[in-house]
Design a binder for this molecule. Structure first.
Ligand code: FNR
Length: 363
């Protein structure tokens, strides 16, 4: 179908389920075992209800945010996802062009299919990028990557902490395909003959012995602000403050790691309950199941600085750069509509009183 006939993120997903190869669809859409966390990520955000205000002049709305010190035209950014080349020949470079023109930040996966330099070059001059990091058991390789990222002008490092080992993603394991390699980490994604899918084979280089002290090492080697991606409890968010993280990303890898882990939105509520002052100490990001402007607004109202969007961008990438651009406009338009209907003229006005969380408070 022509691009203009697609009007929502779910539309892109529906098309992608037919147009991606069976292997790419399985790798992108899959999540761990019974998909409990994957399903509930979205379901629980949708049990939060708005408490809109009326009769405010909402002729103009402003969605701009500063994310980790970088200007962004939106309070959402692209979550890092491996192997974008499975969606489109230009992979992460097309993604960079698609969001770059619109002032949206892209977080590049350690397992991207294109080299870091090519992706950064594809973006515009003023475009900001973050790098997602999987620490290699060979630390020298990680140090080299971090120095390269800093030299290329990357603005922050998102260290993934929810996947010392990949989750068991059965759809991925069931479909075998030809191998694809990452131009950044060198990891080869394929299926072995023992039921291991792309996710598992790709993760072989990842250091399972990573501990809190290593966060400081990453900060020192890169000279960049460090965000922990995959924080799933207030206890660990508080630890992140002690270890000088600039932010935490509440995430469960889109339900691809530990199945049964609590949805990210519950972790956000846990922060309010257990350590409400954390919002003054760290930037809080969140991802998992956000596919509507209204979903995004709920998390921002609850104190998130920004929301990551993962799979929807991979599905949009099946239409190349234009698809990515189109999805960005859709999300921004939905967000602006929700803001206006809530009585907001600036995203900075969003606050917890804007939502009713009773539907998940005792979950
Ligand atoms: C991911 N994710 C991910 N995370 C990460 O830190 N490094 C990575 O290389 C990848 N790769 C990856 C591949 C694919 C195909 C998917 C779907 C996801 C997780 C990603 O950053 C993000 O946390 C989730 O995708 C967010 O959930 P939604 O938006 O997909 O529901």
């Amino acid at each position: 179908p022509p691009l203009h006939s697609l009007i929502s993120a779910p539309d892109f997903q529906a098309i992608a389920s037919h147009t991606l190869t069976p292997k790419a669809w399985a790798f992108y859409s899959s999540a761990a075992t019974d998909l409990i966390t994957h399903t509930q990520n979205k379901a629980l955000t949708r049990r939060i209800m708005f408490r809109p205000r009326i009769l405010r002049d909402v002729k103009s709305v402003r969605t701009n945010r500063t994310i980790l010190g970088c200007e962004s035209s939106t309070p959402f950014f692209v979550s890092p996802a491996a192997m974008a080349r499975l969606a489109h020949a230009d992979g992460e470079c097309a993604l960079a062009r698609g969001v770059g023109g619109q002032g949206v930040i892209q977080c590049i996966s350690s397992n991207a299919s294109y080299p870091l330099s090519a992706i950064v070059a594809a973006g515009g001059k003023s475009q900001s990028f973050f790098l997602q990091l999987y620490v290699n058991s060979d630390r020298a390789k990680t140090a080299e990557l971090l120095k390269k990222a800093a030299a290329l002008g990357i603005k922050g490092v998102f260290v993934t902490v929810d996947a010392p080992v990949p989750g068991k993603r059965e759809a991925d394991e069931r479909i075998a395909a030809e191998a694809v390699a990452s131009a950044i980490s060198g990891a080869v994604a394929s299926n072995d003959k023992k039921g291991g899918g792309m996710g598992r084979l790709m993760a072989q280089y990842v250091d399972k012995s990573l501990v809190w002290e290593d966060i400081r090492w990453i900060r020192e080697v890169s000279g960049l602000p460090v965000v922990l991606k995959g924080v799933q409890s207030a206890a660990d968010a508080m630890m992140a403050v002690r270890y000088d993280a600039a932010g935490v990303m509440l995430s469960n890898h889109g339900g691809r790691s530990l199945d049964g882990a609590q949805p990210s939105i519950l972790v956000l509520l846990e922060l309010h309950r257990i350590c409400p002052d954390i919002f003054d100490k760290l930037e809080i990001y969140i991802d998992g199941g956000f596919e509507r402007g209204s979903d995004i607004l709920k998390a921002i109202a609850l104190g998130a600085t920004a929301v990551g969007v993962g799979r929807p961008y991979l599905y949009a990438l099946t239409y190349g750069e234009e698809g990515v651009e189109h999805l960005t406009q859709i999300l921004k338009d939905e967000l602006e509509t929700s803001m206006r209907l809530c009585g907001l003229t600036d995203i900075d006005q969003a606050h917890p009183g804007l939502v009713n969380t009773q539907g998940i408070d005792h979950f």
